[in-house]
Design a protein around this ligand. Sequence first.
Ligand code: ATP
Length: 289
Amino acid sequence: SNIFFRPIEKINAVLESYPKGIAGFKRYLEIMDTEPEIADRPDAVSLSNVKGDIRFEGVSFGYERNRNILNNISLSIRAGETIAFVGPSGAGKTTICSLLPRFYEVEEGSITVDGLDIRDYQLQNLRKHIGIVQQDVFLFSGTIRENIAYGDLAATDKQIWEAARRASLDDLIQSLPEGMDTVIGERGVKLSGGQKQRLSIARMFLKNPPILILDEATSALDTETEAQIQKSLAELSVGRTTLVIAHRLTTIQNADRIIVVTKDGIAEQGTHQELMVSGGAYSRLHQLT
Ligand code: ATP
């Protein structure tokens, strides 16, 4: 259920035309900033101010012909709202979120961002407004600075440090002899899982997108690291429309709305309190854990 993994597979053919040895970085940019398979509509627009209202209207989608994973999904998300998708493995939580940056194309129905169909945005522009944080953090061989700036050549040193600070990465960076210029990755300093996640969070503070997709970690971090990361993520999601692909129930209790996705679609939605009281699928999921 890695939101990036499948698209990477998908564009492998394209990547093979690149010289060997290109870092993962290139792949990432390839995915988020260009997608050779999808051409922009001739009249596609590029917007600079997006609030992050999201609407799914009658969305159906399947990876294979005649086998829909999503059937007629409708969903309205207000700008700034934090939504958590929960439900059994394979129900389609990741799939729903993959459609928003157009990793896959909706076959029926539509998705709009700020009232505009996502197919009416220039793809690069659409993806500029969406940040993805996931457990398999995408680092490339290079310095910490480059990894935080992440292709943004206009990022100033001050902005990069500010992003590191907000992700609680500044102490670590200051403790390294080469600081921001420390090389990480295969030939450099190895970062722990938690440090990598914080680095990806720092990236997002710098990118500053109005919409966030958090693909929640399934692998365990130690409790303290986990708590720090949750704190940084909570700060990151303030003022942004945030879609959490939740694999655990404990981290999402404060979501503005929890959406229970099952194979039959959206089973129920509401706050943690509301769903616990109504005694449906969500409260049953709770009893299981
Ligand atoms: P999890 O909690 O395990 O992450 P999920 O709710 O996020 O599950 P998805 O990853 O969206 O579920 O998968 C929904 C269904 O789509 C599953 O049956 C899965 O096997 C299938 N699926 C996902 N990606 C692909 C793909 N690239 N090609 C074909 N089928 C896929």
